[in-house]
Each structure stands twice: as C-alpha cells, then as structure tokens.
Design a protein around this ligand. Structure first.
Ligand SMILES: [Zn+2]
Length: 458
C-alpha cells in the first residue's frame, strides 16, 4: 500500500547530498519523506512539476545575519529580513548577537529577542549568543537555552554595548566553551594592528583599505588558532577577507586544531580596484581586497580550506552610510546582501567552473552543520522540506527597489546576476509572505535526517 505524500515535487534537476539528478521528492508532515527517481511515480495530494530550466535546491542556510531587532529595528527587523531571506531562497538564518539592543549576551536578552521575533518570521531563525567581557557566567545558560554558539570580537565592534575580548578574555571564554562543547565564532581582526594603521578618512577607498591591513586578519587568526589549540575548543573564523590567512588555517588543521572558516559573497564578487571612491555601500570590515586575493579566496573554497559562504548581512539606514560626504571613516560598515547571496555566489561560481552542488555545500549543508541544525540544508529523508526553486540560467539586473530588506542600499545595485529564485518552500509550504510561518530554532532541536551532515564540525 503506497503511502501518500502531502506534496510531491518532480524536477529535472534536484540537488541532493548524492549530487544532481532528476528526482521526485515526497513531503510528509513538513519533512522530506522520500527522494526517488521520477519513474517511481510518487503520489501526493499535490504535485508540483518544475520547469525544464528549474533546479530544486535545499533551502539555503545563512549563519551570519544581523537582524538588529529589538533596539535598532529601524536598521532591519525580523519581518523585513526574513522576507528578504525567503526571496533569496534562504529558509534558515542565524541571527548575530550584536546591533540589537540589548545584545544577546545573557538569557534575558535572548528571551527579548525571541519575543521580538515570535510570530513575525517568514523563514526559520536561530540565534548566536555573544561573548563579551564580564559575561562568562552567562555562557552556560545561553548554551542551555539553545544558541548556536557564541560570537566575539577582538577589536571594537562598532557598537559600544558589544565590547571585544582581550587575549586573557579569549582564553577564559574558550576554556568555558570547551567545557560546554560550544562553538566560538570570531570576528578576527587584530586590535593593535588596526590601531597602528593610518586611520580611514574621506572618500578614498585606498585609504580605507590601508586602515584594515591583511596582517590584522592574519595576526587575529593566528591568535584564535593558538587559543583553540591550547584549550581544545572549537572555533570558526567569520567573514575571512584576506587569503593570506589560508596557510595558517591549513597548518592548524593538519595539527588537529578544531577551526573552520567562512567568507562572504562580497569578497567573492568585488575587488578593491572596482570600488569607486565615496561608494560607502562597499564599506565592510574586514574590507574587500584586490582581485588576486579574491582568486585565492575562491581557491580556498575549492580546496575546502574555507568551509562555507555566509552573507554577513548588516544593513543600516542610508543616512549612516554618509553618502553626502562619502567618508569611509564616518560611514557605518556593513553590506546588505541576504536576498542576493545565492545569485551573487552562483554568478561567480559558475564562471569559475563550479556547479550548483558546490554552492549548496557552501551555502546550505555546511552552514547547517556549523550551527548544529542537522535537519536543515539537505534534501534527504527526515530533513525539513525546505526548498528553493532556482532558475540558474535566467539573468536579472539588481534593482534595489525590488529588495525586501528594510533599506534599498546595496553594492550589488545595477549588477547583472545569473540565477533567479522562483519560489521558496518552508516545511513543504510555499513562502508567500502572507502569514509568517517560520519558527525559532534551537541548536540540536532539528537533529534528524538520515546520514551525517558532511563537513564543518572539527
Ligand atoms: Zn557580521
């Protein structure tokens, strides 16, 4: 007796852990119940047949998003951010602990954030906790409450309520997290190196670039690696911009240090020479570097030294970008790209000979593994039925007015990208923006799905 599915999606190209093939995917109770050849004839209450130019991907998982609510909801909020995510094929995002007020550095703040998000999210949302001076005693409680792990800075973060850890603080934090089995994700730029560099001022991008030298990243990554080596804790390097840190990561891994790394779509798309002076929509820290560096980041991804790609979506009101003066010293640093990440990465990836299965590994499977969400990021029996229907060959011009995030400011404006997200599905239902059906995730709660996720936890 055949067991019926509530939904069957039939597609000429379905990307699963086994690669890309024609398949039908049966959905039951919001999860993938079966992945079968088209000829198997899976029957469902509803059958969706994809067009010849469409590919079924697992919904993407973006582990680096600054939602900023509560407290700076005029910068971005759960409603707008999750609409942008859904429009970009992202079905799970993990919110960073800073820029919201309060920052997520104790359980009460996590509860405030969950309260702000509850009933307002169009995709699933998890949370990072924050590690700051003085909150060692709060880490265990946050871990118990289900945060994905903890974020820290090693230099000023840009907001005074989220100060950086010093060297001793980093060690104590990692000792505590090693005991909990929790992950530390690190903004790795070295304070002293940046402080000694010429300060950014005015509209010159070259001057801004000189203010955040690659050595700042290298020294910070080295420090984090050494601290992880001493404590046995698991660490993750956020938004790696300088490929010069890759040999350090390679050596650390050969030594068995538990370290992973991510880079961002903007480092893989843009290069310093193409950033116009005064164009502060390109300002982010660490900065976008030269084209040769970008090539080496791509090589790092291809080699597996960089595990994954996350957006570091960090918007602000247009006024804070100081477009009047174009002053890179005064402008807020952060690039908003949640909705465009897939298309941006795919556009560059395919020109470099990578396939959609690679993009899925970098932007769905490994981020899910990083955040401890084993039921996400893969099309496999038992996993959540989260999908993006993607037309990889359709091209579009980025029109900021069509972005769903709160403010239409993005360095991708006017770019022609390949790959259009035609629809996004969360637990077997198409996300149409009418009713917020996303849920708030806790680490490990979605631990299901057959087979082990590949990659990341080390
Ligand atoms: Zn960030």
């Amino acid at each position: 007796m055949a067991v019926g599915f509530e939904l069957v999606i039939r597609g000429p190209r379905v990307v699963t852990a086994g690669g890309e093939a024609p398949a039908s995917v049966g959905v039951r109770d919001g999860r993938v119940g079966a992945v079968a050849p088209l000829a198997a004839g899976l029957a469902g209450d509803r059958t969706v047949t994809l067009a010849d130019d469409e590919v079924l991907l697992p919904g993407l998982v973006d582990t680096h998003v600054h939602v900023n609510e509560p407290g700076r909801t005029d910068w971005e909020g759960f409603d707008s951010a999750t609409r942008a995510a859904a429009a970009g094929g992202v079905t799970t995002m993990v919110d960073m602990p800073l820029n919201s007020v309060p920052p997520t550095t104790d359980v009460a703040a996590l509860e405030a954030k969950r309260k702000a998000a509850e009933g307002r999210v169009h995709v699933d949302v998890g949370f990072w906790g924050g590690a700051v001076p003085g909150n060692l005693g709060d880490l265990a409680g946050l871990h118990e409450a289900g945060v994905a792990g903890f974020k820290c800075f090693l230099l000023p973060s840009g907001v005074e309520e989220f100060p950086p850890l010093d060297a001793g603080g980093l060690d104590r934090c990692l000792e505590a997290l090693a005991g909990l089995g929790a992950l530390l994700v690190v903004h790795a730029e070295d304070d002293a190196t940046v402080a000694a560099a010429p300060p950014p001022a005015g509209p010159s991008y070259a001057r801004f670039l000189a203010s955040r030298p690659p050595e700042a990243e290298h020294r910070a990554v080295a420090r984090v690696v050494e601290a992880a080596r001493r404590t046995g804790a698991r660490v993750h390097v956020l938004h790696l911009s300088s490929a010069g840190a890759l040999p350090l990561l390679a050596q650390a891994r050969r030594d068995g240090v538990r370290v992973s790394a991510e880079t961002c779509p903007h480092y893989l798309t843009f290069d310093a020479a193409s950033v116009p002076d005064g164009a502060t929509q390109f300002k982010c820290c660490p900065p976008i570097r030269d084209a040769a560096n970008r090539d080496r980041l791509w090589q790092g991804l291809a080699d597996g030294l960089i595990d994954l790609v996350a957006s570091d979506h960090s918007p602000c009101p247009p006024g804070l970008k100081r477009f009047d003066s174009g002053d890179f010293g005064a402008a807020w640093g952060g690039i908003a790209s949640l909705q465009l990440s897939l298309s941006a990465v795919w556009t560059a990836a395919r020109s470099r000979g990578h396939g959609l299965a690679d993009v899925v590994r970098w932007m769905a499977e490994r981020p899910a593994a990083l955040a401890g969400l084993a039921g996400k990021g893969r099309i496999t029996p038992g996993a959540d039925a989260d999908f993006a229907v993607f037309a990889p060959d359709e091209r579009f011009l980025v029109d900021p007015e069509r972005l769903r995030m709160r403010h239409p400011v993005t360095p991708y404006a006017g770019l022609r990208l390949a790959g259009v997200v035609r629809s996004t599905w969360l637990r077997g239902r198409e996300v149409d923006g009418s009713e917020p059906r996303g849920t708030l995730l806790t680490r490990g709660a979605a631990r299901r799905g057959s087979g082990n996720p590949r990659g990341v936890p080390r």
